[in-house]
Design a protein around this ligand. Structure first.
Ligand SMILES: [Zn+2]
Length: 357
């Protein structure tokens, strides 16, 4: 009995020691990352970056960006519409010139056959994005602005660090708010993300002013010479990390890290081109920047499926749905069936779908 008590006391003592030491360890690592001095250093660094950026913006030459405007086939490009678009660009340019010394110039207009059945802008965008992006290949324009003039869900969309923005309006783009939307979507092309600052044109929803917060200014000044070709930045770790750090300082609630967006977008097109290993590499990297995005997990799962890494495929599929992706029933059934087929060959293989039932 006495021995038993001694043993319990001894065990408790060891447990206590472990708890204290792990507490000290976490405290130590935290203090290392967040101590006053290193924080100060970070602030100083940031200040330095900011002044450097301000100097850059003051001494740099004006950047002119040529824009190809494409418009839905049902749109009649009459003088009223052309005038409205010119006025929108005038307002956008007043803002971009005074803040970033950037001017957007309409290079050309071109008709484009957009899918008629899709009734939300983001669906329409993902359907045509890749084709639209290629339109600048052999012309002077760097960016494409797509105009949709019909009753559709959504007013504007752009892919981060891409060269494609899309705006929708059923009233011929006659309003100042259309200018805010265009300016907002253009900013996404430089990597800008949504903020929660009321007076910021990058406000997550309902931006109604052409004014900018510190965060949006910083990313735009940093990326103002970006050529809208992701291949030129995707391997620049230092730059990507810097962008991610800026994003972390302030962003709208639930906003996805723009670097993760970039990596996932490229990972998705690699997946579509059946380059599974390359896609997986990028998606894993994307998860390191932002691990709670269902889209990344879903594409990762589908990549693993193609490589017959079924267990990983299942894990990532579960995570995708957990992080908010819509369950893809067709794909889920395919995955289930693969497990069943495998079990026929080797009955010891677990079908994880059965564990869930
Ligand atoms: Zn936006």
């Amino acid at each position: 009995m006495k021995n038993k008590v001694k043993f319990i006391i001894k065990s408790l003592y060891i447990c206590l020691l472990i708890i204290i030491s792990s507490f000290l360890y976490t405290n130590f690592t935290f203090s290392n990352e967040d101590s006053c001095s290193s924080k100060q250093l970070y602030e100083d660094n940031y200040k330095k970056e900011k002044t450097e950026l301000d100097e850059e913006i003051n001494c740099i030459e004006k950047r002119i960006i040529d824009v190809l405007i494409i418009y839905d086939e049902n749109i009649i490009l009459d003088n009223v519409l052309i005038n409205n678009i010119k006025n929108r660009f005038k307002e956008v340019n007043e803002f971009y010139l005074s803040n970033y010394n950037i001017e957007w110039q309409i290079a050309n207009y071109q008709k484009f056959n957009f899918d008629k059945k899709t009734n939300n802008l983001s669906g329409l965008f993902s359907l045509h994005k890749d084709d639209i992006s290629k339109l600048t290949n052999n012309i002077k324009a760097e960016v494409v602005l797509a105009l949709i003039q019909r009753d559709i869900n959504g007013i504007g969309i752009a892919a981060t660090f891409s060269n494609v923005a899309m705006v929708a309006d059923s009233l011929k783009f006659s309003n100042y708010l259309n200018s805010v939307v265009i300016a907002h979507e253009f900013a996404h092309l430089f990597g800008a993300w949504h903020t929660q600052r009321k007076n910021d044109f990058m406000l997550f929803s309902g931006a109604n002013k052409l004014s900018s917060s510190n965060e949006s200014n910083t990313i735009l000044k940093l990326m103002r010479n970006y050529n809208f070709d992701y291949k030129t930045i995707i391997n620049k770790e230092v730059m990507l990390n810097r962008i991610s750090r800026l994003y972390k300082r302030h962003h709208a609630k639930g906003e996805i890290d723009p670097v993760a967006r970039l990596l996932t977008d490229v990972g998705q097109s690699l997946y579509q081109n059946k380059m599974y290993d390359e896609s997986i590499n990028l998606l894993i990297k994307s998860n390191k920047y932002y691990g709670r995005w269902g889209k990344t997990r879903m594409i990762l799962s589908k990549n693993y499926y193609e490589l017959d890494l079924l267990q990983d495929s299942f894990t990532e599929y579960t995570r995708a749905v957990f992080f908010g992706s819509k369950p893809d029933k067709g794909y889920e059934n395919k995955l289930k069936k693969k497990f069943i087929d495998l079990q026929k060959i080797d009955p010891t293989i677990n079908n994880p779908f059965n564990l869930n039932n």
